[in-house]
Design a protein around this ligand. Sequence first.
Ligand code: SF4
Ligand code: SF4
Length: 424
Amino acid sequence: MALQDYEKSMNYCIRCSHCKWIPFNKIKTKRFSANCPAISRYNFHSYSGGGRVAIAQSLFLGRSEMTDEIRETIYRCQLCGSCQVACHLIGEICEPLEIARELRIKCVEDGELLPEHMLMIDGMRKEDNPFGEPKARRGDWAEGLSLKNINTDKADVIFHAGCRFSYDADLRSIVRGAATLLLKAGVNVGIAGKEEACCGGRAFDVGYRGQMENYADDIISRIKAAGATKLVTPCADCYSAFMQFYPMIRKELDIEILHTTEYFARLIKEGKLKPRGGSSLRVTYHDPCHLGRLGEPYIPWNGTWKKVWGQLNIPDPPKQVRRGTGGVYEPPREILRSIPGIEFVEMERIREYSWCCGAGGGVREAYEDFSEWTALERIAEAKAVGADALVTTCGWCERNFKDALGKRNDDFKVYDITELLMGV
Ligand code: SF4
Ligand code: SF4
């Protein structure tokens, strides 16, 4: 797709501003009624989903030209997708998220780049990860675990750790724990170790579509060689890349794709995994955007636009726009309810209406203050329901929450579901 492919969709934006809040019938308090970090932080229409549609339309029609301010506005957005979920109240075919994404691809094509994102892409080109850490050390997290090496052996399940979990020393126990739980459940699981590459999702988010295409080809060839039937990842970003981005660029993995929480919930039901539990904790759950609304399967559409009544363009056949309802919401909650000692309470903005952690869309890398502010908003929401800890299941969310808390010497706890399953 390209920006011009969304020309008709842009016309459907009626500037109603519904994309700035969670749906009105879901609001519990004014304090936690906003859904879009960008408009909430910058309070100017251009930062909202609808504002981004207006920017795209104006650039597309040649009414305005790219400026530093416009480029800044385009990148001050986590691509969390919340605007697109909220928009369904009014229009069925306006797609602010897809349009915001295409704007970035256009920025890259036009050389309108952010230096912080170029650093990330350089790291990927040299070492296959956005941090530029040595590729040779990617598999170090698995040292001493009896995992198959899929570069030489066959395995039923490929475990894809992802960049954040592979290199973040503070989160290493989570990914080791997840692999250990799979081994204990008797799963024939293998990893690519130092040969594992980035999924490319972060590159796609900042507008580098080509970079992601290379990574998709790499993973497809590994899956074929290993003869695996499942691809399991603990990282929500990778999950979203496999479920949505790859099919979007017509790179099908042709394998069952599972987030660890989906697989763990299944193994618990089959009696192959027993949640251990530990201390008594009142916890709340943060739905990572990439596992929730951005984790729902891609819905292809190969139709055309036809004119009705001589003026209105409608998609033929009707286009089913992704609104986040098909994401992974229940398995993490099932796991939390199954762990002895855990009391689980919900926050106000949950499932497809979840507030973003702040780390996505290249915002963590380029706009640290905005990223932190977004994380603190979510932490405030967790505290408001009296939770002792915020639990999630994405390394990027965990890193962002922990950094925001750490800078304020706040000892509010953040856990990955895997840690609770292992017993904290
Ligand atoms: S993107 Fe959707 S919700 Fe936002 S202003 Fe446009 S039509 Fe309204
Ligand atoms: S993707 Fe998220 S941050 Fe960006 S405009 Fe939409 S709701 Fe706001």
